[in-house]
Design a protein around this ligand. Sequence first.
Ligand SMILES: Cc1cc2nc3c(=O)[nH]c(=O)nc-3n(C[C@H](O)[C@H](O)[C@H](O)COP(=O)(O)OP(=O)(O)OC[C@H]3O[C@@H](n4cnc5c(N)ncnc54)[C@H](O)[C@@H]3O)c2cc1C
Length: 394
Amino acid sequence: MVETYDIAIIGGGIIGNSIAAHLAKENLKIAIIDPNNLGLPASKAAAGLFQIQSSELGNKELIDFCHESFSYFPKFYKEISDSFENIDLGFRKTGSIYLTFNEEDIKEKENEYNELKIKPKLSFLKKEEVFILEPKAAKNIVGGFHYPEEGYINNPKFLKAISSYCLANNTVFIESRVEEIAINKNKIQNVVLANGEIIHANKYILCNGAWANKLLKKALNIEQNLIIGVKGEIMQLGVNGQLPIKNVLLSHNGYIVPRPATNSLEEDSIIVGGTTEEIDIEKTPNIFKNSPEGILKLNRLVENLLPSCTNLPRIKTWAGIRPKTIDSLPIIDTSPDLENLILAVGHYRNGILMGPLTGKIISELILTNSTSFDINKFKCERFLSKQQLSHSIA
Ligand SMILES: Cc1cc2nc3c(=O)[nH]c(=O)nc-3n(C[C@H](O)[C@H](O)[C@H](O)COP(=O)(O)OP(=O)(O)OC[C@H]3O[C@@H](n4cnc5c(N)ncnc54)[C@H](O)[C@@H]3O)c2cc1C
């Protein structure tokens, strides 16, 4: 069977869904192709931190973009949540506190702050001041950095809401995997799915996260893998009726995020995360399974940040795969060789935060062939040889 669309989006995580949502009201026929139910590898697995602390961003080059994403996110959130009456998608700007345990921690955070071009709202709290906000924080802290505008989102629920919004606005979800892209001269002619379907579209968007290497190599005509899968483990603890923290707590070794119930069927809980381990997703068995070492690290984190909560019941543990490029910056770009392909991959540790703005940028690229945002750092030419570039310009 052959189907034709205006836009075919390969990958239905936060990036693919955000792109579709930004195009949803343009009267286009859009397909999101994904074998999993909604971004299982990363977008559903994430902890939902909504923050711009550079130590958690993983790459200082990203800071400006994260700030822009941080400003844009609430607008997109409002568009999505307003389309569902009385549904709470768990977005809370409660603030976050980076706990410091010694002078070195403080120096590191001060240096980080001094280097920032755009300064986030931030104040240093003495130990006693931290305890006023978070009485259960570890007693051996020396203080904390308080970011009052940060917070968290219930990312699985948000993702589901974005996809329902897309569905209500003419997007079709195709539950299968893109196995192959057929290229003719400088265009993608069609994509072939694992279920045998062939999809034709005027434009294709590649955003299949940690699995992008195969299609990316073909599209860019390169041998090298550009995407590395970085496994992250998470633990969710029940709180017996009362959230022990209001703010997100962070430290050198990880974070604890409140996840309040958003309806009467859910329970309040806290999310403890996240480990980081680079893996070869093609060769590593059981990539979504937790490891004893991972769980040990997460237990230690609770002991260190919130010692009175070490006996809380474990609700669930899981693991996800962050898509990281080899220089840790995302690729957000039109393809240099294929005129009907756009790339949006490699959002690594911050894809929930950056997803909505990425969706806006890609929609601008599709609708106007340009974007009002600076994406120079995210162009794929940084990975191409001079020879390949001169070939694509010619
Ligand atoms: C443990 C963990 C904690 C995190 N915490 C945070 C956080 O607190 N805040 C934050 O901002 N970010 C966080 N992140 C990062 C964030 O989750 C990712 O950056 C983001 O989800 C990446 O989105 P994506 O759409 O690119 O990838 P994904 O969500 O992985 O989606 C890609 C989709 O492509 C599909 N796919 C794969 N191959 C194919 C194919 N051949 N054809 C069609 N579809 C295909 C997959 O099934 C998948 O659904 C975290 C990630 C992890 C793993």
